[in-house]
Ligand binder design. Structure first.
Ligand code: DGI
Ligand code: FE
Ligand code: FE
Ligand code: FE
Length: 187
């Protein structure tokens, strides 16, 4: 699918600041894909659609989780975690994106997972470091992202876990799995 068409589809699903975030994630993903040898068109497409489901009603997302082949334990965790897995399925059904690598990157963009592909890492990291983000420690991750994809992803994952723990929030198992697995590949 052409970029303009994809952007027009996603723009209708999002509020303006979220659409602008999407454009920045797209630019950052393409840059990281070039640098680390992921498919640039796949990175572009996954980034454009990564937050597709972000503003869907919670009840609707819940229905998809119950009715479809999605991990049911998502329902025991914060609804912020639902828009990735549900979004990937919606993008497949409603938009007709069928590339499993692109859909997987959309699915895991919030938590990460074990055995992330280079494309998964590119989208996950781009979402974290896009120029509009101001998380504590993000500048350090941006710097590392120029040299070491795994380490930068691990740092993003670590910072997110630290933030969640400091706020007494639940941490989804895949978030920990990503952290542990990335730490292994960082050496
Ligand atoms: O959709 P975005 O805002 O662009 O970014 P995202 O999909 O990475 O979502 C980030 C939010 O998800 C951020 O507030 C942290 C939260 N998050 C990530 N992992 C977990 C989590 N929240 C909970 N409760 N548990 C997690 O494991
Ligand atoms: Fe997201
Ligand atoms: Fe993220
Ligand atoms: Fe995002």
């Amino acid at each position: 699918m052409q970029r303009d068409k994809a952007l027009a589809i996603v723009e209708k699903q999002l509020k303006k600041p979220r659409y602008e975030h999407t454009i920045r994630v797209m630019d950052t993903s393409i840059k990281l894909a070039k640098q680390y040898g992921a498919d640039e068109k796949k990175a572009e497409l996954a980034a454009i659609f990564h937050d597709y489901a972000k503003y869907r009603p919670l009840e609707e997302m819940k229905r998809w989780i119950i009715a479809e082949q999605l991990p049911k334990d998502l329902l025991d965790y914060h609804h912020e975690l639902w828009h990735g897995p549900v979004g990937a399925l919606m993008v497949k059904r409603e938009v007709g994106i069928s590339d499993p690598e692109v859909l997987h990157s959309i699915s895991v963009h919030t938590t990460g997972c074990v055995g992330m592909s280079v494309l998964d890492k590119v989208v996950f990291l781009a979402d974290y470091i896009e120029p509009g983000r101001a998380f504590p420690g993000v500048d350090e991750v941006r710097k590392v992202s120029e040299k070491d994809l795994d380490k930068a992803c691990w740092m993003a994952s670590r910072n997110t876990i630290n933030m969640l723990v400091s706020l007494n929030r639940k941490v989804y198992p895949d978030t920990f799995h990503a952290y542990n697995d990335l730490l292994n590949s960082t050496g």
